[in-house]
Design a protein around this ligand. Structure first.
Ligand code: DOR
Ligand code: ZN
Length: 347
């Protein structure tokens, strides 16, 4: 039985670190084990322009622990009014690593997202031209579509068409949550890649509301069935280059999660790489962890893998239940908080 594994330093291709005191509280958990992370732009107000993005990157750099080599990769929040020239300049200047689509009102802080896809076709054309990645929250927002079918509906109604319309554009369908999503990505690879969270590979909707309601498990896209979970585990652990690590770690203040109108998002950075290691071990695929966590993502984003390594060992430890955030009675609930975590990063 393998009890120790060394892999290239992983990257997180989908992460929310927020801003202000929350940023300071949560960023160190990712910076500790990951070389780079794609940072989501859904702040209030969103990171819409290259100028917004430069300013946000400064705040992120200022929140890093001293001596950290962690590199934030920034994204542009796509709106109906995004200027293709600003996107191109930001990409060429190394400010933006990609553009992120939030369909309007699909999830947390997406009110300023795209209301009409016709309005952003000029931006997609430009991105295709300059070979800039397109990251997507891939869920259909038509209220007629059931919440468990939103990912499939987005693929059927939009993504499958865009892939043909923009054959040179590289897509990332983020936080894959369904069997159909995982299968679609493979069928459209290498043009399309997909990230997978740790929790979509561990939990089902039975865990979420089958034995009491666990508000902290409310995320978008929602956690689905055992059938979907099995497909995601198979995809991630296959070693296929189209699947890569993206935690979607998304901290919120406690009071906004545990509420009569709670917000989606699960803060999992403190246990992320350790939970992926657990899944890969359970699937008998620890030898594929490095590809998923450290090689496939850079390949899709056309970057070099990290040169450093991390070592994980089977040494149990207890995850913190919450992380304190400066300010009056502020804290973020941690996924698997209080649980025994099997794997530990030791070097
Ligand atoms: O659960 C989610 N939380 N899904 C998203 O797409 C956004 C995120 C957030 O920002 O909290
Ligand atoms: Zn997200």
């Amino acid at each position: 039985m393998t009890t120790r594994i060394t892999i290239r330093k992983p990257d997180d291709w989908h992460l929310h670190v927020r801003d202000g005191e929350m940023l300071k509280a949560v960023l160190p958990y990712t910076a500790k084990h990951f070389g780079r992370a794609i940072l989501m732009p859904n702040l209030i107000p969103p990171v819409r322009t290259a100028a917004d993005c430069r300013a946000y990157r400064e705040r992120v750099m200022a929140a890093l622990p001293a001596g950290s080599k962690f590199k934030p990769l920034m994204t542009c929040y796509l709106t109906d009014d995004t200027d293709p020239d600003d996107v191109e300049r930001g990409f060429r200047d190394g400010v933006f690593a990609g553009v992120k689509l939030y369909p309007a009102n699909a999830t947390t802080n997406s009110a300023a997202g795209v209301t009409d896809y016709k309005k952003v076709m000029r931006v997609l054309e430009r991105m295709e031209k300059i070979d800039m990645p397109f990251l997507m929250h891939g869920e259909e927002t038509d209220p007629e579509v059931d919440i468990f079918d939103r990912e499939k509906a987005f693929i059927d109604r939009h993504l499958s068409k865009w892939v043909k319309q923009f054959p040179g554009l590289r897509f990332i369908l983020e936080h894959l949550s369904s069997k159909e999503g995982a299968e679609y990505v493979k069928s459209a690879a290498p043009q399309v890649g997909g990230t997978i969270t740790p929790y979509h590979m561990v939990l089902t909707r039975n865990d979420w509301f089958g034995h009491g309601l666990k508000p902290y498990m409310y995320v978008m896209p929602v956690i689905k069935t055992a059938r979907d979970r099995a497909a995601l585990r198979k995809a991630a652990t296959s070693g296929e280059a189209c699947y890569f690590l993206g935690t979607d770690s998304a901290p919120h203040p406690y009071s906004r999660k545990v509420s009569t109108n709670g917000v989606p998002g699960m803060f999992n950075a403190p246990v992320a790489i350790e939970t992926y290691a657990k899944v890969f071990e359970e699937e008998g695929a620890l030898d594929k962890l490095e590809a998923f966590a450290a090689l496939n993502g850079p390949k899709h984003y056309r970057m070099a893998p990290n040169a450093d390594t991390i070592t994980l060992e089977k040494t149990p430890w207890t995850a913190p239940e919450e992380v304190k955030v400066a300010g009056p009675d502020e804290r973020a609930i941690v996924y698997r908080g209080g649980e025994t975590i099997e794997w530990k990063v030791v070097a």
